[in-house]
Design a protein around this ligand. Sequence first.
Ligand code: ATP
Ligand code: MG
Length: 364
Amino acid sequence: MKKIILTGDRPTGKLHLGHFVGSIRNRLKLQNEGNYDEMYIMIADDQALTDNFDNPKKVRDNVMEVALDYLACGIDPSKVTIFIQSEIPALTELTFYYMNLVTLSRLLRNPTVKSEVKLRGFEESIPSGFLNYPVSQTADITAFKANIIPVGDDQLPMIEQAREIVHSFNRVYGDTLVEPNALLPDKEVCRRLPGIDGKAKMSKSLGNCIYLDDSDEEIKKKVMQMYTDPDHVKVSDPGKIEGNVVFTYLDVFCEDKHFKQYLPEYQNLTDLKEHYQKGGVGDVTIKQFLNNILCEVIKPIRERKRELENNLDYVLDVLKKGVEKANLKANETLKEVKEHIGIDYFTNPNYLEEMKEKYQNPKD
Ligand code: ATP
Ligand code: MG
């Protein structure tokens, strides 16, 4: 079976460290290993409009922002098709057909939809477009016959929903669509990176993010604000690791080489954790250490982004070429879908024959 990869992001803001460890790092790994047939990355502007319909400028502006972030992170347009969702009309058509295969109560039970409805204050009246976004996400995935979807764990209910729709479609209309599988990061903590407040996942909507183009000063300010252990008041106090965001981030980003460079008193993270738990390590020490590491991760991305900002014609051209390629593939799938449903009146010569047969040889 072909290996086809598809992922996307909502253009509702800049990309942050949660995107980086939850999805982008896996995309880069797949891209660089090259062991796939096709790879697509979608900027989901239609999906972003489902809860930002009254602020289209935000979505419009962030399409370029997200495209810049992708290229700055090292997504290579010669290997990956980057495209804008709203430019692919087949996706909207597919959504319409798939809506028949999902009940309202199933959509309302989707755990990610549930929590997002609450977060957005939609409990009283949910825009039907928003409620349907898992269906449109199924269209995005199946249009490209994608079977590998690198995502964070908030997307698991979406992939499950997509698999159900694929099953229903294939059962009702015959084998057409391909079942997708989520590809989660190996490390558990990367599947849902908490925000700097430690309360929930890092998310644009919650304003608890470190962005991939933050300046050294911004990174420092945010790291210094990070939630640690409220009972660790004096340096000599024993400190807790669990729920301590600084250690969560160190688990994700720290490598042994960083100790030699920035904190040579310790061999590795296990040593540092042991000492912190015993007492004798200050929060400022661990924060400064993390700050050095995060600055090192973000600096090259930020610098590439600043260069690309002077080359927006190139970025728009990448999107335009991606859209052309994506349309070819999505239109092919739409054609197949319509053939399987039987709504292919002009492209299927059998239609006329069938109708002639029906009217010329009536059964009774
Ligand atoms: P919004 O608040 O607008 O929903 P978001 O920050 O949740 O934005 P999305 O565009 O919805 O970002 O997510 C894009 C991808 O990044 C998804 O695959 C999602 O699982 C992943 N992702 C987002 N935030 C995190 C996080 N904190 N940890 C791990 N993965 C994440
Ligand atoms: Mg989200």
